[in-house]
Ligand binder design. Structure first.
Ligand code: FES
Length: 184
């Protein structure tokens, strides 16, 4: 599940066209590489560590890792796209994880997943353009009596059918509006 991720501003661009965010990705990747030897077998543990720091694996991070291990960038990209555990997109502020374990599947987990896709206008593995939500699936999260389950920011929500999807999104919308009002 996605943890809390520190986001960096994307507005500032340096003389060489690098944004603050890209520079931060490089810096965090270099920090994550400390302690690893330059062996190709370290590729997956390195990718896991970098994703743990950044929340996903941006291009700059993959380039740094390829350079560190002395392997072609395409090899790093190939591994990242092969395994479901790796993300190519930045995580959203809120993580939506639809359970597709057996019990949830039997109780309509795919219908719930479709509802989330339609409401958020993204597919699984993607993030909304405002970076508010990302959507993914998980296997059984151990709350089968509550099926179909959607885990929202690490909290399992019970019996999430399409109408409940709307309710959860409405709650987030109201929270956001009240925060915006406080800021004014
Ligand atoms: S199958 Fe979904 S919680 Fe067990």
């Amino acid at each position: 599940m996605t943890g809390k991720i520190v986001k960096k501003a994307t507005s500032s661009v340096s003389y060489d066209g690098t944004t603050d965010e890209q520079a931060w990705h490089r810096q965090e990747t270099l920090r994550a590489l400390k302690g690893f030897s330059r062996k190709r077998r370290n590729l997956i543990p390195i990718l896991q560590k970098v994703q743990g720091r950044l929340g996903y694996l941006p291009l700059e991070a993959m380039k740094e890792i390829a350079g560190f291990l002395g392997i072609p960038e395409i090899d790093v990209y190939g591994v990242v796209t092969f395994y479901n555990q790796f993300r190519l997109n930045p995580p959203g502020k809120h993580a939506i994880r639809v359970c597709l374990g057996t019990a949830c599947h039997m109780k309509g987990g795919y219908i719930t997943l479709d509802a989330w896709k339609r409401r958020l206008e993204i597919n699984e593995g993607e993030t909304t353009t405002d970076r508010e939500f990302d959507l993914d699936t998980v296997a059984c999260v151990g709350c089968c009596t509550m099926a179909p389950v959607t885990v929202v920011d690490d909290i399992p929500e019970a019996k999430v059918e399409p109408t409940k999807v709307d309710g959860i999104l409405l709650k987030f919308k109201l929270e956001r509006e009240s925060e915006e009002q406080k800021d004014q």
